[in-house]
Design a protein around this ligand. Structure first.
Ligand code: FNR
Length: 380
């Protein structure tokens, strides 16, 4: 309503109104290496594209004569009421997208303004204590790359508890870096960007291991694999024993892994293929979602990979996701318009989702079930 009303007075929105335009503006705003890092994916990026295309194979049935007075998109997750079923997926090294490199703080501020929950990344330019403070009352979560040094891993987890994050997403699909030709070509790897290590450099356990006069980045390279290294089910049992915070397992796509996740005490599964950044040739994440939801059997299911619009959000919710994560769109928005840009993109996605639910006659999230969708041969 706000944008339509402004249009009456000749006002043009300063930020893109479609994903295609956002992508174009972001590619011009970012340095080429940064663009390669953010926009790129694994192999020839077929899985990355398929993530987005998968949404076009589902269409929503419109239902009429059900207009409600009020619409409510809030959800409950781990006993906390979240104002929206949309969240900001964790993006490591997002500082490179921001003008002043404090991208993590900028995103936290956008989260506070929109009440769209933020997943703070381990690989962050700003320590989690500052990120959590910038979130204000909006619930935040912590994404963990689990370092093999268990004292350090425990320290990160306990800090996440202390700052009031509502849960930890343990990323499982990135214990080694994927085959990313754009980054390989641009020599973006194996460099460790020093501006993303603040959760380590601010950590007392990490600092204890510094040699006299040693630079923190050098120490990181000497001591730790960037994404944490191998992580197995028994490591998960150890992590489970370290915290009462809800644990979400990020990267789970196979129903059998969902069942194992439940056996190992996970509080949620997070169906994602990392936006196609890790392994080319994989199934689009949306294709995996119904099987994950069925195996989860009531356990919350978070979802991301390929979500570009409010329509995509509605489809993922109808397929059973409890909450839906936005990835690249908000990184692009940060590069294009800083905090205001991220606020604009998040609000636009939410507004479109809300309008589609209204127009198509699904007034509440409970009304959005797989019966709202039909699989189509072509593309919608
Ligand atoms: C990511 N993602 C990610 N995930 C994670 O658990 N830890 C991380 O550090 C990162 N880092 C990261 C960097 C960049 C530049 C991107 C684009 C993504 C994956 C992210 O959480 C999410 O799974 C994907 O972004 C979802 O796919 P789309 O929406 O970007 O296609």
């Amino acid at each position: 309503d706000e944008l339509y009303a402004q249009g009456q007075t000749g006002h043009q929105p300063p930020y893109p109104m479609t994903f295609a335009e956002l992508e174009e503006r972001a590619s011009a705003a970012m340095r080429p290496k940064v663009w390669d890092y953010v926009a790129g994916g694994a192999g020839d990026e077929h899985t990355q594209r398929a993530n987005c295309e998968a949404f076009t194979h589902w269409g929503l049935y419109p239902r009429m004569l059900v207009a409600p007075a009020e619409r409510d998109m809030s959800i409950e997750l781990f006993g906390t009421r979240l104002p929206s079923p949309v969240f900001m997926a964790p993006i490591g090294v997002i500082g490179v997208c921001a003008q002043d490199e404090h991208g993590d703080l900028a995103c936290a501020r956008a989260s506070a303004r929109t009440h769209v929950p933020f997943f703070a990344a381990t690989l962050s330019a700003d320590p989690m204590e500052d990120v959590a403070a910038a979130l204000g009352d909006t619930p935040g979560f912590f994404q963990l790359y689990t370092p093999p040094d268990r004292d350090l891993a425990a320290s990160l987890v306990h800090r996440a508890e202390a700052v009031g994050f509502k849960g930890i997403a343990v990323t499982l699909d990135t214990w080694v870096t994927g085959w990313r030709p754009r980054d390989l070509r641009a020599s973006n790897y194996p460099q460790v960007p020093s501006g993303c290590l603040s959760n380590y450099t601010s950590d007392p356990v990490f600092r204890r291991g510094l040699r006299p006069g040693e630079d923190a980045t050098e120490a990181f390279v000497r001591r730790l694999p960037i994404f944490g290294g191998p992580f197995r089910w028994d490591d998960l049992d150890w992590l489970r024993s370290q915290t009462e915070l809800p644990l979400m397992l990020k990267g789970i796509c196979h129903p059998e892994d969902v069942r194992r996740a439940k056996d190992h005490g996970a509080d949620a599964v997070y169906c994602s293929n990392h936006g196609g950044r890790q392994a080319n040739g994989g199934l689009p994440a949306l294709e995996c979602l119904p099987g994950v939801v069925e195996a989860a059997d009531g356990l919350p299911v978070l979802f991301d990979s390929g979500v570009r619009s409010g329509a995509d959000v509605v489809k993922a919710l109808a397929l059973g996701a409890t909450a839906v994560g936005i990835g690249r769109p908000y990184a692009y928005a940060l590069a294009v318009g800083g905090v205001d840009g991220v606020v604009h993109v998040l609000r636009s996605i939410l507004a479109e989702a809300d309008l589609i639910m209204a127009v198509d006659g699904y007034p509440t999230l409970k009304d959005l079930t797989p019966e709202a969708l039909r699989r189509v041969g072509g593309r919608v």
